[in-house]
Design a protein around this ligand. Structure first.
Ligand SMILES: [Ca+2]
Length: 148
């Protein structure tokens, strides 16, 4: 079984409707499909940054890198992300190498941690409007990790 099938994801900002389903909700960022994406909430009202996407991997996992894909055509791209991990979902530690500058290219990119981390949870934080295209609206096609 694909261990990613056990994952769940939560966020503080997601567009429930208005994007082509299943895009919009955070689940579209862990569905294994680069054509679908999470989009920050813009309606009925925008949510202020920072945004976070928190993944529960269900089991403690040794992580060596984050994999990350911008939405196709680089629409509403993320420019910089912070990555934190947790064993219990309440105490968080920023990983070595974070924050990561996101190259503005399509497809899965790999951000290697300075040191591997064992964690059940990871969260990607988009700190500010300057870390988006400047509008505060932003989207992510896919999140994944590299296991040791
Ligand atoms: Ca996706």
């Amino acid at each position: 079984m694909d261990p990613k099938s056990l994952w769940t994801i939560t966020t503080n900002s997601a567009q429930a409707t208005g994007e082509t389903a299943p895009s919009g909700p955070a689940a579209a960022a862990i569905d294994g499909n680069l054509a679908t994406y999470w989009h920050s909430q813009y309606s009925p009202a925008a949510i202020a940054l920072p945004y976070n996407l928190t993944v529960d991997m269900f089991i403690a996992t040794n992580i060596t890198a984050l994999k990350f894909a911008l939405r196709s055509a680089l629409s509403r791209p993320v420019k910089r992300i912070r990555l934190e991990t947790s064993l219990d979902g309440s105490s968080w530690t920023e990983v070595g190498g974070s924050p990561f500058t996101v190259p503005q290219v399509e497809g899965l990119q790999t951000f290697t941690l300075t040191n591997p981390v064992t964690a059940r949870y990871f969260r990607v934080i988009i700190p500010s409007t300057a870390d988006t295209d400047g509008t505060g609206n932003t989207s992510i096609a896919e999140l994944d990790i590299v296991r040791q």
